[in-house]
Design a protein around this ligand. Sequence first.
Ligand SMILES: Nc1nc2c(ncn2[C@@H]2O[C@H](COP(=O)(O)OP(=O)(O)OP(=O)(O)O)[C@@H](O)[C@H]2O)c(=O)[nH]1
Length: 323
Amino acid sequence: MTTTQPVNPVEVARIALKRLSERGLPPTPENYAQFYNAIVTIKSPETKNNAELQNAWQILVKLDDAVSDAHETTTELVEALVAGGERMSGSLDALQDAKQAHESRSMSVEEAHTALESLLNELIDSTNDIHSTVSTSTADLRSIRDAVKHIEQDLAFNRKMLEQDALTGALNRQGFDHVLATEVKRAQRHNSKLAVVMFDLDDFKLINDRHGHLTGDQVLIHVTNLAKAVLRESDVLVRYGGEEFLLLLPETDVHGAQYVVDRLRTVAHRTPFLHKNQRIDVNFSTGIAALKAEENGRALVLRADEAMYRAKHSGRGRVEVAE
Ligand SMILES: Nc1nc2c(ncn2[C@@H]2O[C@H](COP(=O)(O)OP(=O)(O)OP(=O)(O)O)[C@@H](O)[C@H]2O)c(=O)[nH]1
């Protein structure tokens, strides 16, 4: 069994205070507790406050599980009924053979013959009934299975929508929770590497102030597209906060993560965002952390966040690697 390291409460407290000050919120006990809990559970406080979205997501996950169980069960039932139908049709043939054999041997004993014939007829009738029921049920179950398959596809689509950031289409924190747990488990099971990169755009407020919020939005979409261009299929891009992104990189160590960050930086330099023919350069501060043995996802993300915080405060535009 895998044991997990507890998250350092001092570290969480420091990040909670930082988040409060970034959002210009007073460090009241209520605000502090909300952000502290949000960081510990890696959930965005904004999302946690949205009770409807939370409930919808939970129902969706349950429905998703239930539908997938139902799909499995109906598939098994269809298989069982098909096999049962085949067996019954076999026994019908056998009964008919037996009837014929008996007829040929007992032609002289008329009462016995009549009794046996009516019994056999009854058996044939009832078996026929069962056979036709099985045929109908099989057809019904097949259409139920098809309907369930469609519901599954709809649910998967809705779930994807709920787990996506509306502006950029990157995964949001809710979706990230799911993926993080899965990837950490997978890395630990296979003893493989897993890296987290956190990057925060530098002086993004200036872009909003100079060019307007809508242009700021376009820059965030631009950065998302640049990141997608340098990532592998199996990598995960998350919009972690306003102008803060996270990359989850399976099968990747610190050096691989550094390579990805360098590529992103090069691509961002070569492909600047253009606004009214004016180049808007985007720089970012980056923290990298690689999964340690028996570490949990929250601790991994907190170390990357801490490294990014150091990069930001050592002059911006830098990369720091967590110990
Ligand atoms: N356009 C736009 N701006 C956003 C969005 N989310 C957050 N922001 C802005 O991002 C800015 C973040 O400002 P700060 O936290 O001061 O960070 P910064 O200006 O990037 O400075 P440093 O991180 O310290 O380098 C704020 O102006 C937010 O309003 C968004 O979805 N769209």
